[in-house]
Design a protein around this ligand. Structure first.
Ligand code: FES
Length: 104
């Protein structure tokens, strides 16, 4: 999106592997994930229903929804198994000075 801007959302050391956290940018709920030391951001709301993805189970680059066990690829947002068919939105991430910034 051409009018996206960087938003500081968290201290980088809060984003621990397999313990995703939720942050908020305006109306947008975003989940932050640590995969092997790199941070990724997706929409926090499952595209199947209203579950919070940061309450799901992360295994590597896959997040399993806590409600009906749909799975997404965190890096791309792609749905990996039913009942999820719509991708999660993903957001660019950068880390500067120990802070996480997300482009929204
Ligand atoms: S709400 Fe996520 S799979 Fe149903």
């Amino acid at each position: 999106m051409s009018d996206s801007i960087w938003h500081e959302v968290a201290d980088a050391d809060r984003v621990v592997e397999e313990e995703p956290i939720k942050v908020q940018v305006g109306d947008e709920e975003i989940a932050l994930f640590n995969i092997g030391g790199d941070i990724f951001a997706t929409g926090n709301i499952c595209t199947h229903a209203m579950a919070s993805m940061c309450d799901g189970i992360q295994e590597g680059h896959v997040i399993e929804c806590p409600l009906h066990e749909g799975k997404f690829d965190i890096k791309t947002g792609a749905p990996l198994c039913p009942p999820v068919f719509e991708p999660l939105p993903t957001f660019e991430v950068k880390v500067e000075g120990g802070k996480v910034f997300v482009k929204v």
